[in-house]
Design a protein. Structure first.
Length: 366
């Protein structure tokens, strides 16, 4: 294999998978999740990447990105990432365009590793053997019984000692129920397990500080997006007034956004989503920004453990109920946690994932 190998024009497919029950967080409700798949071929191998985004992301790949990367050297993934970011200048990078770039970037890394017949972690270079994960779900639509079934399952069935539930129900208007559900979650998992919450930006500033004090009494150590991540100065003030870690970043689509977040002192642990922020290329750079300020990074959803295992300042990876369920339906080769962590690699080249076309077909919408 030589550096002269070039990639073919990327192709896309869109899959929509219904949830297994109605779901909601503090600011949004949904009954299905859409995955946009990007595939890149080079010689005998096919690279696979994806993002959780509207079907419009597939149109952006087809209309704006595919010709930009076609015929480029397969090994030059950062060059292609830069070209894709420039190609969406007039369309606007943050949002769906960044998600589209992320899917293609992941596919390109997968393709490169497969060309070299290496697990992606061996190409990137590991800093750790395994990646800690935390179970994430506990939707505001769950009743006490369903929440009580889900949380212990992570600990008992998959050995995950960290769990997270959603709070901020109805834009923070159900504070009493939020706190009751947190207390029920603590009773479900017991004292030794770490308990996290995610408000998805539902609270106002003073409410977030008040809620944080009650959360601390239940041993909660992770308060995700207490207010919108758009309000960095407000997040910084909240961070100064609470004892538990304030974390945001899942809605970051550009590298400068993460730098602004860090410069504002808005987080105790930075989050970034490899399927939103520009792919593996930008996720690794984001982790370096956090490391330069002495902070950890946490991978948001979409368990690409290879990238997570390549950075020294990783705290953990979110093991999100919806995405894990979808990936187990659509792909073969999905890793399973053991003892609270997953190990990338396993000898399979690239990400180790293969689309199961037979199972996936019933969910394909375009």
């Amino acid at each position: 294999m030589t550096r002269k190998e070039t990639v073919e024009r990327p192709e896309t497919a869109v899959y929509t998978v219904p949830t297994d029950a109605p779901e909601a967080d503090g600011t949004l409700s949904w009954d299905s999740t859409t995955l946009v798949l990007a595939t890149v071929r080079c010689g005998p191998v096919t690279g696979t990447g994806y993002t959780y985004a509207p079907a419009a992301a597939a149109h952006i790949i087809d209309d704006l990105l595919a010709d930009v990367v076609a015929d480029c050297p397969a090994f030059d993934v950062p060059r292609m990432n830069e070209a894709m970011q420039r190609a969406v200048r007039n369309a606007g990078l943050p949002g769906v365009a960044a998600q589209a770039i992320s899917a293609v970037d992941i596919a390109l890394w997968d393709c490169k590793a497969r060309l070299l017949d290496l697990p992606l972690i061996d190409l990137l270079g590991a800093t750790r053997e395994d990646v800690p994960v935390y179970g994430s779900g506990g939707f505001t639509t769950y009743d006490a019984d369903r929440q009580d079934r889900q949380l212990p399952d992570w600990a008992e069935e998959e050995g995950i000692p960290r769990v997270k539930i959603k709070v901020g129900e109805s834009w923070g208007r159900c504070e009493e129920r939020d706190l009751r559900r947190v207390a029920e979650a603590r009773a479900s998992v017991g004292g030794p397990s770490a308990l996290y919450v995610d408000a998805n930006g539902a609270y106002n500033a003073k409410q977030a500080v008040r809620v944080a004090a009650a959360l601390a009494d239940e041993g909660v150590t992770w308060f995700e997006e207490p207010v919108s991540s758009d309000h960095l100065d407000t997040l910084a003030r909240i961070r100064d007034h609470v004892t538990i870690d304030v974390t945001v970043g899942e809605y970051g689509y550009t590298l400068p956004y993460f730098e602004h977040m860090l410069a504002a002192g808005a987080v105790d642990c930075l989050q970034a989503d490899v399927t939103r922020c520009g792919g593996i290329t930008v996720w690794l750079r984001t982790a370096a920004l956090a490391q330069a300020r002495g902070l950890d990074i946490s991978g948001h959803c979409a368990p690409h453990a290879h990238a997570a295992a390549a950075v020294p300042n990783l705290r953990h990876l979110e093991w999100f109920h919806d995405h894990v369920r979808i990936e187990r339906i659509l792909f073969d080769g999905v890793r399973y946690p053991g003892g609270g962590s997953i190990t990338p690699g396993g000898g399979e080249p690239g990400l180790g994932l293969t689309l199961n076309t037979e199972r996936a077909q019933q969910y394909r919408v375009s």
